[in-house]
Design a protein. Structure first.
Length: 306
């Protein structure tokens, strides 16, 4: 299961991580807690109907903050209908199989470790770069949750205490700088300040500039887009060098919609990171693309039960 603010996706996944089918339902996230639960149950029911033999577990990627140990959804801004809601317990009453709940980046990291690009590695750092930046840490093939279940918020590590204020309240988080939203904001600021760029013509207005527009401008040789992307790769290199010095992972997996924007620079990233670490073997850490794309939440949910 992959639960979001506007939709619920449910998929059947084999023991080997193969996604057999996916269905999507609207999510009633702004109504009552029971309405939200009904959306989830409807998606589960349709998925199970496609497999008369039954299922052996239900794994759910849900918006945080949440408690993965108890399966309680705490106070997610994108799903306001659930406050201290016992999602795992509520589903356990309906289905006689194990029910696991975790956030999307944690679960996706586990799926990539079990079945995907990080298969064969024990210690994995996973990042998904999209509208924001989510991360998951796998140590000894298990999600690292920390003391309270809140570990792994790598998108909210600051690399610049003079930087812009992130939505979390801290200055200079990598999310506010290098996410799809962050780089688009930086592009708008430069063009508003007078920089000449093809991005404005491609987008039609300042507000319509997105990561996709930046990618098109870069492909056309636009100077502002090139400088923005080069600077962002330097930010990501610094951030990832911190992760290597802190965690010493076997592999780094980078996915998400905005990651495609940076993929042409991955070789540059691989060269730059070892120059910024104190780890003398940082150059041995591969940086790879994930196996699972848009259905990472489905695979992640399954990995929680595997």
């Amino acid at each position: 299961m992959d639960v979001g603010g506007t939709k619920v996706a449910a998929g059947l996944v084999t023991r080997d991580g193969e996604i057999l089918s996916v269905n999507r339902f609207p999510m009633s996230s702004h109504r009552s807690a029971e309405d939200g639960l009904r959306s989830v149950v409807a998606a589960i029911a349709e998925a199970i109907d496609r497999n008369p033999g039954g299922v052996q577990g239900i794994g759910i990627c849900a918006p945080g903050p949440l408690d993965p140990k108890t399966g309680v959804i705490l106070n997610p801004p994108n799903v306001p209908c659930w406050r201290n809601f016992p999602l795992a317990e509520s589903l356990q009453k309906l289905y006689p199989v194990p029910v696991k709940v975790d956030n999307d980046a944690n679960a996706a990291a586990l799926a990539e470790t079990r079945w995907g690009a990080a298969r064969g590695y024990k210690n994995v750092f996973y990042a998904t770069i999209g509208t924001g930046i989510g991360t998951g840490i796998v140590i000894d093939e298990k999600i690292f949750h920390g003391r309270t279940g809140s570990a792994g918020e790598g998108g909210h590590l600051s690399i610049d205490y003079h930087g812009p204020i992130c939505q979390c309240g801290k200055p200079g988080c990598i999310e506010i700088l290098a996410s799809g939203t962050g780089i688009a904001n930086r592009a708008r600021e430069r063009i508003a300040a007078g920089a000449k760029s093809a991005m404005l013509g491609l987008a039609g207005s300042l507000e319509a500039i997105t990561g996709e527009v930046i990618a098109k401008a870069f492909a056309a040789g636009d100077t502002v887009a090139t400088v923005l992307l080069t600077e962002t790769i330097e930010m990501l290199a610094l951030w990832l060098s911190n992760m290597i010095d802190l965690l010493d992972p076997d592999v780094i997996v980078i996915g998400g919609g905005a990651a495609a924007l940076y993929r042409p620079f991955f070789d540059q990233l691989r060269l730059r990171i070892p120059q910024l670490t104190v780890n003398p073997r940082a150059h041995e850490v591969p940086i790879v693309a994930p196996r699972y794309g848009a259905d990472a939440g489905i695979a992640g949910g399954a990995a929680l039960c595997a």
